[in-house]
Ligand binder design. Structure first.
Ligand code: 5GP
Ligand code: ZN
Length: 111
């Protein structure tokens, strides 16, 4: 099982922010902003490259929940969502995840 599958299964502890039957949001262990949350599907999808017509409903669900999480975190000034896909993007955990970053004025540098 990969690291985030273990977190989804509760085998590795995490600070949960949101959970339902298909997705989980938890705080990043090494936050890059005052709010830094990772949102994952509970099922293993390796990266954005693994999104298909069969599983994209999960991604749509994640995108529906993200504004609720942002509201709950009080990110009234806005936030950034990032998903690193593959080595050039620096993906370090090969389980699809979306970063939510906010709580400060973020760097204007995208890449
Ligand atoms: P990536 O670099 O793949 O886009 O993002 C992986 C993220 O997972 C990193 O921001 C890293 O800090 C976070 N991370 C790695 N291991 C753990 C862990 O065990 N627990 C939590 N909560 N976050 C982790
Ligand atoms: Zn996994």
């Amino acid at each position: 099982m990969c690291l985030f599958c273990k977190i989804a299964a509760g085998e590795i502890p995490s600070t949960k922010v949101y959970e339902d039957e298909s997705i989980l949001a938890f705080r990043d262990i090494n936050p890059m902003a005052p709010t830094h949350i990772l949102v994952i599907p509970k099922t293993h999808i390796p990266s954005v490259d693994g999104i298909t017509a069969e599983n994209s409903g999960l991604v749509a669900h994640i995108f529906e929940v993200i504004p609720q999480i942002a509201k709950g975190e009080g990110l009234t000034g806005g936030y950034r969502m990032v998903s690193n896909c593959g080595p050039d993007a620096g993906q370090t955990v090969n389980h699809l995840h979306f970063h939510i970053l906010g709580g400060k004025e973020l760097s204007g540098q995208m890449a």
